[in-house]
Write a protein that binds this ligand. Structure first.
Ligand SMILES: Nc1ncnc2c1ncn2[C@@H]1O[C@H](COP(=O)(O)OP(=O)(O)OP(=O)(O)O)[C@@H](O)[C@H]1O
Length: 253
């Protein structure tokens, strides 16, 4: 397979909260099985953009969206099957948010809601997902214990396992390490690097070093626009736009 296959194609995307335009004419092609980072100062629209990719903004009142977002060539706003979309395009949030139940039940919850009841099948999904999220060895002897008893970094990897259990193709991550200590952060970063063998990842991060370390492509957002979108190396060594340079060298934001 061509490593530059486009998984998500965004074109002329505008988003309004009431009268306030939060995204302006966004165009972006997100490559399959790569990590794409979204950076930019607070309030520039990164999270809003991320949420358009699996229609999480549908849940917010007064939102108007124009333009196209295609996943595998299909316009996600033209189909009504949001459940199918969110299965294919999973999400991990800023604050680890495990359900108040056992580790096993957290990871098997999604597959059970999809109708999988067979214990052996569920056991296999749980084991594979926890292995995929690089936390199996730490929890394999306490699968029946509450996920809330784990450290923040472990909880975040449980949440990633929960996302993986749905067999997504794309994983959206909204500042997944901002609530974690440095050691947990580096574990989650290592995990993200290994996940891109199997998944397309889009990650919002405030941490520029993190974007530089783990992403293949980076988009720099400012006031609802994408000022620059390029491969990460180019963005951090030879940015095209003066505003990108000012931001990545810490002159604002
Ligand atoms: N639910 C909402 N209702 C109305 N306006 C919103 C809503 N969510 C975000 N906004 C506005 O949209 C703009 C973009 O916000 P967004 O959260 O996407 O930015 P961000 O770049 O992710 O910021 P941060 O880095 O602080 O999380 C901001 O002006 C924000 O106030």
């Amino acid at each position: 397979m061509n490593s530059n296959n486009i998984k998500l194609s965004i074109n002329k995307l505008d988003l309004f909260y009431g009268d306030n335009q939060a995204l302006k004419n966004i165009k972006m092609d997100i490559k399959e099985k790569k990590v794409t980072a979204l950076i930019g100062p607070s309030g520039c629209g990164k999270s809003t953009f991320l949420r358009t990719l699996n229609r999480m903004n549908d849940l917010i009142e007064n939102v108007t969206i124009k333009g196209q977002i295609e996943v595998d060539g299909e316009d996600i706003y033209k189909s009504n099957d949001v459940i199918k979309l969110r299965t294919k395009v999973g999400m991990v949030f800023q604050k680890p948010n495990p359900f108040p139940m056992s580790i096993y039940d957290n990871v098997s919850y999604g597959p059970r809601t999809q109708g999988i009841k067979d214990k052996k099948k569920l056991d296999k999904i749980v084991e594979e997902s926890l292995k995929g999220a690089a936390i199996w060895d730490e929890v394999k002897d306490r699968l029946k214990s509450s996920a809330l008893g784990l450290s923040g970094g472990q909880q975040q990897r449980i949440c990633i396992a929960r996302a993986i259990a749905m067999k997504p193709e794309v994983i959206l991550m909204d500042e997944p390490t901002s609530a974690l200590d440095p050691i947990s952060t580096s574990k989650v970063e290592e995990l993200i690097e290994s996940l891109k063998d199997d998944y397309t990842i889009v990650i919002v991060t405030h941490n520029m070093q993190q974007a530089a370390r783990i992403s293949d492509d980076t988009a720099f957002f400012l006031n609802g626009e994408v000022v620059e979108f390029s491969d990460t190396k180019t963005m951090f060594t030879n940015p095209d736009d003066k505003r990108t340079e000012d931001y990545i060298t810490g002159r604002f934001g």
